[in-house]
Design a protein around this ligand. Sequence first.
Ligand code: HMG
Length: 445
Amino acid sequence: MTAVGIDAVEIWTGNLKLDLPGTFAPQKGEDPEKYTKGLGLNASSFPDSYEDIVTMGANAAHRLMERKGLAPDDIGRIDVATESAFDNSKPVSTYVAGCLEQVFDGDFHHANKGERKFACIAGTQSLDDACNWIRAGRNRGRGALVIATDTALYARGDAGEATQGAGAVAMYISEDPDLVELSTGQGYGSADETDFLKPNQQFPSVDGKRSVQVYLARMREALEDYESVAGDVHPDDVAFVPFHTPFPGMVRKAAMLAYRHVIRDTSIEDELAEEIGRQPRPEAFDSDEAYRDAMREYMDALKETAAYQEWYDATIDPTLSISREVGNWYTGSVHIARVSALKRALEDGREMTDEMLLVGSYGSGAQAEIHAETVQDGWEAEIEALNVEEQLEDRYDMSWEDYEEIHDAHNHDMDVDVEEFTTPESEFVFDGWGRMGERKYRYVE
Ligand code: HMG
């Protein structure tokens, strides 16, 4: 079977930055270490006043098409995954295509366009749709453009305000990809939950603490479901595990549960047994409560072992480096985790071809999905071509007053005009409203 997967990826961050320990924490009267150590975040990205989900998505796609020498005719499908859409009918992908047609010769009149919604997991679902479209032989030799773009803003004062972010990830999906091949085996954990939702409102209603538990429960189900189709996962077989990362502290919790699960009945559990005993099995306990207590104790001990810490440092920590500087990008979040990991491998001079990634996506509401990816031999050139660090460094570092202004400027219920903090260059910008309430965009040289 021909390999199908991600051929190329590009990232576009919002042009503003909020320093969490330096600017946000003091205003909230909180210890900066709650952010850097607890949540695991240094900063959040924000959109300047001329940026939105369309400009960020189109800018990422523009970079990707230019770098790969792609023309509109090479693209048979454009899907945008977002939970920040501003129109219930016209999909963001039509706006993105309109932007790209301003700068490329040709058009996307014969490309199938759509928009995917299921909280943060929609980015991975779009990826999946694109792969299936190619595997079904409907692509006529063309590839698909998948764009995950969000402005993840929370209401002022909401606990989620600390985990905001804004940015886009564009991916080109094709046969014989340069970056990663996607497995056909997948596992799902899905249930009707009300942990995080936006019932026709811009800012989410969130039960933050519960959302953490729902994430962990669905992810565990997805892992079990994945193993039922792909066989048991062994830690030694997996190079990196990029998880959906609303904030790195969340992934710390998910990683701990995943590790406990995958070492069960392996030689790793046997070796650790001398140090911390074997994992509790439910059948050995009279009540659920007693089992849960024993498991908590085992997990506390497992967390302190050298085996766990080495696995975490090698397999999980490298996936978090971009997230730490940008916050939650919702649909794009798991896709920047993949890039972070491969960036680290490149920096370490590690050979990754044929290595396996186990990707854990998640969307509130709620659904987790797990699939495997095999790194392809063009990965180094693809990752080398990214300019993520430059983008992050170029962001304008907002004062608290700047932050208050820009949050208001992006609040759909407020009518606030704000001067831009940065000067757009070689990018698409929001250019005002049309007569039917549509948004207009322009490319700035
Ligand atoms: P909070 O109440 O502000 O924070 O809310 P906290 O008091 O729970 O502290 C956070 C962590 O920092 C804790 O670590 C503290 O102990 C630690 P933990 O115990 O959990 O390991 N801490 C410190 N550490 C070191 N030094 C200190 C210090 N102080 C505290 N001085 C919450 C946190 C996540 C609830 C909030 O930010 C929130 O509501 N976020 C939004 C919801 C969210 O991100 N949920 C994640 C799971 S759901 C998801 O991922 C889906 C989502 O992306 C949406 C979608 O799918 O569309 C959100």
